[in-house]
Ligand binder design. Structure first.
Ligand SMILES: [Zn+2]
Length: 242
């Protein structure tokens, strides 16, 4: 099990990578990781920092219950608290939760049929994708059970008209899933903008793809890419570790 100090570095790295890939939205989204051993606390970003300002030490620790005074003092986005506490409380395997407001993600989430099997990356996602209907800003505790139900046991969630969310046992797995989902959305919008009728992949080939990927990566694809991504960050700016 990773220590809190190790998780802080991985989580800070995740924010820097989201910024590097251009998927951030000034200060308006959030990523969390459960604190080991605590049972009811998670680390999340402050609401007043852009993602390239986030470091291991300026992440804040909040309780699932999200006491309002504490949240104000820690400067955490209240919507972030609702979304992350709902999932962290109800999905013990979702150690890390990544949430983004990318334009491609919102665009696909607004399409009635959602993500289509038009790319290899979409097919990786489609076996484990939920949808959550838009209810306004996610500020109210009464939305939590519906959010948890929409996610179900899936690894990927589209928040209709709002954005994307992925979960993972590690920061690396949740990041890798966001990468795959985002790429799938970008590709779908590009394919549709071409204007031609789209061919879709048959269900048997989709299932075979997922089996092959499981066999090749042994369900460990986050761990496969994470050291290389950290080296990329280190070459650019190792300050995320501070
Ligand atoms: Zn959001």
């Amino acid at each position: 099990m990773q220590t809190e100090a190790e998780l802080r570095v991985d989580l800070a790295a995740c924010f820097r990578l989201i910024h590097l890939y251009g998927w951030d939205d000034i200060v308006f989204t959030h990523i969390s990781v459960r604190v080991p051993g605590s049972g009811h606390q998670f680390l999340i970003n402050r609401f007043d920092l852009t993602f390239e300002e986030i470091t291991a030490s300026n992440l804040v620790k909040v309780d699932f219950s999200g006491d309002e005074a504490v949240v104000r003092e820690l400067r955490v986005n209240p919507a972030g608290l609702v979304i992350h506490s709902a999932i962290q409380e109800n999905r013990p395997d979702a150690e890390c939760v990544v949430h983004c407001h990318t334009q491609a993600g919102i665009a696909v989430s607004s399409q009635r049929d959602g993500l289509l099997p038009v790319s290899q990356q979409a097919m990786l996602v489609l076996g484990s994708l939920g949808y959550h209907d838009y209810e306004g800003l996610v500020l109210h505790d009464d939305e939590k059970p519906r959010l948890v139900k929409s996610l179900g046991q899936n690894e990927y969630l589209m928040l209709r008209h709002h954005g994307l969310l992925t979960v993972g046992r590690t920061v690396a797995d949740a990041f890798k899933r966001m990468y795959t989902l985002q790429r799938a959305c970008e590709t779908q919008i590009m394919a549709q903008s071409g204007g031609a009728a789209l061919a879709v992949v048959a269900p048997a080939a989709r299932e075979r793809l997922r089996e092959d990927v499981r066999r090749v990566t042994k369900g460990n694809d986050g761990a496969l890419i994470w050291p290389a991504l950290l080296r990329r960050l280190d070459r650019l700016d190792p300050g995320y570790k501070d």
